[in-house]
Design a protein around this ligand. Structure first.
Ligand code: UDP
Length: 240
């Protein structure tokens, strides 16, 4: 790929949902897709951008989706958070195999395999050019990794949240169901709330709004999109 090497951002928070890591099926880990995404992340890193990644876990387990009721919600949520740790280790391995230095910082202490999440340490790692992978969500049940993304973005002074999804941006209707659905190039936080658009859950969304962190929702399954955003091209929907 032949992109200019300059990035308009210095520090970003990339949110990778579990579904994206699960590739076409959306479940398990599709290493071919993970490698492709990591190659793009490496190119962004080469632009001297400081990168934090919050990893989802929906490809492994979601606490609220335990329909048989065998597992209580809190336990289910911890299982979901452990899923994010599995995904984080996969991303770390793939990036490190490409020669990129990374650290996994977990909100749930797991000393044998990840550092505990400590805000100042996370920032220090990023300043030293290491990609920080935030595992374990917020560490608390009843939250989501979207909330973890807004929290970590605010805590680490990221300029923007890049929400990598399987759709091109934010639409006025479900693009998989409504053919005529229109994508917004820009939308304000207020308009998104008024239109009841589900960009993130409400906790995550209000944290971004209160702290004025823009969110770019974009299709990360399209090769090159992440790099285009970094060099200031208009990709996806900007919420601000
Ligand atoms: N989770 C949680 N607290 C958090 C983050 C995640 O309890 O701070 C649990 C929750 O059960 C959630 C699951 O982990 O459903 C996986 O996270 P999420 O659904 O946000 O992953 P994604 O949709 O991004 O793949």
């Amino acid at each position: 790929m032949n992109f200019p090497s300059k990035s308009i951002y210095k520090r970003v928070l990339l949110k990778l949902s579990g579904e994206v890591l699960g590739g076409e099926k959306g479940t398990g880990i599709d290493f071919k897709e993970v490698r492709r995404i990591c190659e793009e992340i490496k190119e962004v890193h080469n632009m001297e951008v400081e990168i934090g990644i919050v990893v989802g876990g929906g490809n492994i387990f979601r606490g609220a989706e335990n329909e048989e009721g065998e597992i209580d919600r809190v336990t289910g949520d911890y299982m979901g958070m452990l899923g994010t740790v599995i995904n984080s280790l996969a991303i770390q391995s793939v990036l490190e195999n490409m020669g990129v230095q990374t650290r996994v910082l977990s909100a749930i202490e797991m000393k044998a395999l990840a550092e505990p999440y400590i805000r100042r340490r996370a920032i220090r790692h990023m300043e030293k050019g290491r990609i920080v992978v935030f595992a374990g969500g917020t560490g608390s049940p009843y939250f989501s990794t979207d909330t973890a993304s807004s929290l970590r973005a605010v805590e680490t002074n990221a300029e923007v949240i890049l929400k990598g999804t399987k759709v091109d941006g934010v639409f006025d209707a479900d693009p998989f169901k409504v053919k005529s659905a229109k994508m917004f190039p820009y939308i304000t936080y207020m308009e998104a709330l008024q239109r009841n658009l589900k960009i993130m859950d409400s906790t995550a969304f209000s944290m971004c709004m209160d702290n004025k962190i823009p969110i770019i929702v974009f299709n990360i399954t399209v090769p090159g999109n992440l790099l285009k955003i970094m060099r200031g091209e208009k990709i996806g929907t900007i919420v601000k």
